[in-house]
Design a protein around this ligand. Structure first.
Ligand code: MN
Length: 228
């Protein structure tokens, strides 16, 4: 049994916590939410070692997570690789900022989309365990019906590889408009460069610990609204 599956049985957020030093990163420490009723979804554009979009669905008191290498496409013909990553705490849904260099996932994080999700009729979030999730999104950018399908594991593969795909509906369109046009934060309106440049600025998360980050993000969002 791998460390990963063992951690899942005991505490879904054990792996998340183990990978991070909360004295050094402003990311929130992982605590499973008591309420299981929510259905938020978020996407974080993350300029780490490789640029990717972290797709997260609220289920069972945590954020079930996949790293989508090229970002979601609204084109049903385009299937995007989505690598399953560790469950994240609900507090992560509000995170935007710079993870310090040298820390796990070091780099710039933008809140790229947010909204609600639900499995299509007759389906459940528990279908994630079966490797096949059919759901709808009501986000600011991602909308309509989507599919996540787990690929058959190759021998020795440690990560679960999935495919994220748009289904044909009124929100489907050819090409890559979502990633090409969605260049700013849905929380603060900032570009990746602006978030990165703010590393030591008024809304910086540098040197802050988890308890400060929600207040810091709310401040950034208010600031942006005031400017608009
Ligand atoms: Mn990431």
């Amino acid at each position: 049994m791998s460390a990963r599956s063992k951690a899942k049985v005991a505490d879904p957020l054990a792996e998340y916590n183990k990978k991070r030093d909360f004295k050094k990163t402003a990311e929130p420490a992982g605590k499973r939410a008591s309420s299981e009723g929510g259905n938020r979804f978020i996407v974080q554009k993350h300029d780490a070692t490789r640029l990717h979009w972290d797709f997260r669905l609220e289920a069972d008191g945590v954020l079930k997570s996949w790293a989508v290498t090229k970002g979601p496409s609204p084109d049903p013909e385009i299937k995007r690789l989505a690598v399953r990553t560790e469950d994240h705490p609900m507090a992560y849904a509000d995170f935007e900022g710079v993870i310090p260099k040298g820390e796990y996932g070091g780099g710039t994080v933008m809140l790229w989309d947010r909204g609600t999700w639900e499995p299509v009729e007759g389906k459940s979030w528990k279908d994630i365990d079966k490797g096949h999730l059919h759901f709808t999104l009501d986000g600011e950018r991602m909308k309509g019906e989507w599919l996540l399908i787990r690929l058959k594991a190759k021998p020795g593969e440690k990560r679960e590889n999935w495919l994220l795909r748009k289904l044909d509906d009124e929100f489907a369109e050819a090409g890559d408009a979502l990633v090409e046009h969605g260049l700013t934060s849905v929380l603060t309106g900032r570009s990746m460069a602006e978030i990165a440049a703010d590393e030591t600025g008024a809304f910086s998360l540098e040197g802050k610990t988890g308890k400060d980050f929600t207040a810091q993000m709310a401040k950034a969002a208010d600031h942006n609204k005031a400017k608009a």
